[in-house]
Design a protein around this ligand. Structure first.
Ligand code: MN
Length: 235
């Protein structure tokens, strides 16, 4: 007899470059407003050193490299945001910055897909961001690369192109809050656990995508990510 009254959901996970075994995903955290040039393009008037703030996406919203994303419902403005992804292997609360990198398993590239029109309504009304950020298929991720192989570099080029044309290009050195700062601050809000992944914010150049578009996201030395936006799903 099954332990569950219905079939349990699958364990969400990501492939790891060079490994047969996969990285299981517990939670997906996201950092808002972490590149000043993006804050400015959004006309948000936030200060460069405003404390970082966080939101989450459901782990079953992951789309892997080579996958497709049906154009989501209830939006006319689906935006791409390319981001460095940090995967956590060792849990902890109130992690000091100096120890933060000891908690990191590795890195990848992700796209924080955003229903920008719904996010704008949420901002205007003081509502949570979930309906703009945390919809089905909203978290395309490339494979992870272990830090034991790629190290902890803070100067990587980050790039996103749509149909072969570059839309976003920057370096993670432009992040307002660095990876150790993000891990430390986030662990003050939530106890981090193995399997958590963190999307670390997007540089400038965000913009709309349409059904039929092919998005390619890349960060130096990390596995790439290519997805296709497809027609909306009717039911
Ligand atoms: Mn983002």
């Amino acid at each position: 007899m099954s332990a569950f009254v219905i079939d349990p959901p699958e364990v969400a996970s990501l492939p790891v470059e060079g490994e047969q075994a996969r990285f299981p995903v517990r939670r997906i955290y996201c950092v808002g407003r972490n590149y000043l040039a993006h804050v400015r393009e959004m006309n948000e008037g936030a200060d460069e050193r405003d404390p970082p703030f966080f939101f989450q996406k459901p782990r079953d919203s992951i789309v892997e490299d080579g996958g497709s994303v049906p154009y989501p419902t209830l939006t006319k403005s689906l935006h791409h945001e390319v981001e460095l992804v940090v995967a956590i292997a060792k849990g902890g609360a109130n992690i000091p910055q100096a120890e933060a990198l000891e908690h990191v398993y590795g890195y990848g590239v992700g796209i924080d897909l955003t229903r920008r029109d719904l996010q704008t309504v949420a901002k205007d009304k003081g509502w949570p961001w979930e309906m703009g950020k945390s919809f089905d298929h909203s978290a395309p991720f490339g494979a992870l690369a272990p830090a034991s192989r790629v190290g902890h570099r803070a100067d990587l080029t980050i790039k996103l192109s749509v149909n072969g044309k570059v839309r976003q290009t920057s370096t993670v050195a432009h992040m307002t809050w660095s990876v150790p700062e993000i891990v430390s601050k986030l662990s003050e809000h939530y106890r981090l656990e193995p399997g958590d992944v963190i999307m670390t914010g997007t540089p400038e150049g965000v913009g709309e995508v349409l059904a039929g578009d092919v998005l390619e996201a890349a960060i130096d030395g990390l596995p790439g990510l290519k997805i296709t936006i497809t027609e909306p799903v009717a039911s």
